[in-house]
Write a protein that binds this ligand. Structure first.
Ligand SMILES: NC(=O)C1=CN([C@@H]2O[C@H](COP(=O)(O)OP(=O)(O)OC[C@H]3O[C@@H](n4cnc5c(N)ncnc54)[C@H](OP(=O)(O)O)[C@@H]3O)[C@@H](O)[C@H]2O)C=CC1
Ligand SMILES: O=C(O)C(=O)Cc1ccc(O)cc1
Length: 432
């Protein structure tokens, strides 16, 4: 089937996943990473028949028909500056970076004018089966035939193609990915600050808590540059993170003040804006807590411990304040975002659960010290992103990553099972 040659520059987790899938479908793949990884990669792919490893991006660019840059977003300008001018005449170029503004700027700046630009973004990590997952295709500077070729190449992943502009992509992923990651990063920061492994504490077990813990560990087990690039380089993300931090702070102050009426009024106003009036939403819930109960890293206690779920209340408050309707973004969502939306919806569309949450927020001090640290954390992540300082982001991320590292292997296994079960559940729901 492989009439065109696919070039991949950057053989990290995503580059390798693409190389394996495309070559298995019969496409010839020319790939490289940094020159000092040439020998190691050649050995790794020696018996893969359609993959040829090259010493650098010049040889990949000169010989391929669609070239995908799968490098760190923070390096995209430098890498395209180096290899872009070597692009084969009339070829098509794209990238896998999670934020398209800097990628497109680099392409426009460094690619010869006869080169077409059709780029992409898989909305899932390298360990997730791409089948049925959204795959964004952006035809920025290409003929319809060029875009059709890129889609033909990528159709072997069996994705759900989402055809949008680069601007729309960055707007949506700021709403879905950047702010979701900020919530989980802040949870990890708070637990580390209080020197806790939450699955070891009786008060952090049960369905919703399992999602929080597993997704937090999943994010910290990934590479810092993926999340830093996604937040810091996305022009729309700063405002989202700032609002999330503000929502956390304001809700926490209402809790501390014991202002039950004020908290209730605010939470219900957000609920109406995001989920509609209760009587208007006849729809079935995305998730139920029993489904999530199975995926615990710790022992399940006999009695469920109540939590005020500040991180979830702040998420819905933030969507409300920014006028975001999360369901509008489902076509362009990641598995993490769907789970996050699933548990927020579970709390908000269940009158008893929400009432218990508000009552706990006012009358129960169990979570005060975690919530205090969570508030500091949300503000600090938002500030680091606003300052645009990659090293400050990396330093904090890697410190917390080291703390949780001993549990990554187990959490990844459990997290994969959890995502798979939830995805199957959501798929089944759609078909019914
Ligand atoms: N991981 C994820 O969940 C997802 C990531 N993405 C995006 O995809 C891109 C790749 O991510 P991922 O694979 O996870 O990250 P990795 O760090 O695993 O891969 C990036 C690779 O690019 C290499 N590289 C850097 N500079 C050059 C160069 N000049 N020439 C050739 N190779 C180079 C890096 O080498 P070295 O390590 O030696 O610097 C590294 O091997 C990122 O932009 C990320 O945002 C998109 C969807 C999901
Ligand atoms: O699902 C998520 O949000 C992830 O954490 C995995 C991920 C990371 C970066 C991307 O560009 C796309 C997906």
């Amino acid at each position: 089937m492989g009439d065109a040659i696919v070039g991949i520059i950057g053989m990290g987790d995503m580059g390798k996943m693409y190389a394996r899938k495309l070559s298995a479908a019969g496409w010839k793949v020319h790939a490289c990473d940094l020159p000092d990884r040439y020998e190691e990669l050649k050995k790794e792919f020696a018996d893969q028949k359609n993959i040829e490893i090259f010493p650098n991006g010049h040889s990949v660019s000169r010989s391929s028909d669609w070239i995908m840059y799968s490098v760190e977003a923070k390096n995209i300008d430098a890498v395209v500056a180096r290899y872009g001018p070597s692009t084969k005449q009339g070829a098509i170029v794209g990238g896998q970076t999670s934020t398209k503004a800097p990628e497109i700027a680099a392409f426009e700046k460094h690619l010869p004018s006869d080169v077409q630009i059709v780029t992409c973004h898989s909305l899932h990590g390298p360990g997730v089966n791409p089948k049925g997952q959204p795959l964004v295709i952006i035809n920025h500077r290409g003929t319809p035939a060029a875009a059709a070729l890129v889609e033909r190449i990528l159709s072997c992943l069996e994705p759900k193609f989402v055809r949008i502009s680069a601007e729309m992509h960055d707007r949506i992923t700021a709403d879905t990915q950047a702010v979701t990651h900020a919530a989980f990063l802040s949870m990890g920061t708070a637990w580390q600050a209080n020197e806790q492994f939450p699955w070891e504490l009786g008060r952090y077990t049960g369905g919703i808590e399992n999602v929080k813990i597993n997704l937090m560990l999943r994010i910290y087990s990934n590479k810092w540059h993926v999340y830093a690039g996604l937040a810091i380089l996305n022009p729309s993300a700063k405002a989202q993170l700032r609002q999330y931090a503000r929502s956390v702070t304001e809700l926490f102050k209402l809790m501390l003040a014991g202002d039950a009426a004020g908290l209730r009024a605010r939470v219900y106003a957000a609920r109406e804006a995001v989920f509609g009036k209760e009587e208007e939403t006849g729809q079935e819930l995305l998730l139920d807590e029993q489904l999530l109960d199975r995926f615990s890293l710790g022992e399940k206690p006999a009695m469920r411990v109540k939590n005020n779920h500040l991180s979830l209340l702040a998420m819905v408050d933030c969507w409300w304040k920014l006028g975001i309707v999360p369901y509008d973004h489902m076509i362009c969502s990641t598995p993490l975002f769907r789970l996050w939306l699933g548990i927020t919806e579970y709390v908000y569309r269940n009158e008893d659960v929400l009432a218990e949450c508000l009552d706990t927020a006012i009358t129960d001090d169990t979570f005060r010290s975690d919530d205090l640290e969570f508030t500091f954390a949300a503000r600090d992540w938002a500030e680091r992103v606003a300052l645009g300082h990659m090293d400050a982001y990396r330093d904090k991320f890697e410190r917390i990553q080291t703390y949780f590292a001993p549990r990554f292997a187990e959490a990844t296994k459990l997290g994969n099972e959890m995502l798979k079960t939830v995805e199957e559940h959501l798929e089944g729901r759609k078909q019914n």
